[in-house]
Write a protein that binds this ligand. Structure first.
Ligand SMILES: [Ca+2]
Length: 157
């Protein structure tokens, strides 16, 4: 059974559809996540010992996907350990950008959110490691943004 992060306090059961990769045995060495196919969700690359690497494409149907890239100024430049809260229609999602998350690999430095309703303006609160807090809104139809510490608003990428 696979679980999907939903608004705070809620988990949604998903049917197990692991795909062919998960029916074989490998000795894994490193895992990195990134949006390799640029569709807004995180995919995964797994490097194996004595076997070719595998690129696992995420084909989840999650509706609107919003990627947030952080650019620290007073805090670290990569935005590690920054907390982002996304709110809309009385729902909230919270994520923190972790650093050093895999052995011998690194992940794309983005936070991927899947708010339910694609027609809403999203309210964003960013809590930087420096202690600075920024609030902004992301317009409907906008799906990939860079938020820079100390700069109001966002720019799309
Ligand atoms: Ca993807």
């Amino acid at each position: 059974m696979q679980r999907t992060a939903r608004p705070v306090g809620m988990w949604q059961e998903r049917p197990a559809e692991p795909g062919d990769f998960f029916t074989r045995r490998y000795v894994g060495r490193a895992v990195g996540t990134a949006d390799f196919d640029a569709d807004g969700d995180l995919d995964m690359c797994v490097v194996h010992h004595n076997a070719p690497a595998a690129l696992l494409r995420n084909d989840s149907q999650l509706g609107r996907l919003v990627k947030i890239r952080l650019l620290g100024v007073q805090s670290n430049r990569n935005g590690y350990n920054t907390s982002v809260t996304m709110a809309w229609n009385n729902q909230r999602l919270v994520q923190e950008l972790p650093g050093g998350t895999s052995y011998a690999a690194t992940h794309e430095r983005v936070l991927c959110f899947a708010p339910d309703n694609s027609n809403e303006t999203l309210t964003i609160e960013v809590r930087w490691p420096s202690g600075q807090v920024q609030e902004l809104s992301i317009d409907p139809g906008v799906n990939s943004v860079v938020i820079q510490e100390g700069v109001s608003g966002y720019r799309e990428f």
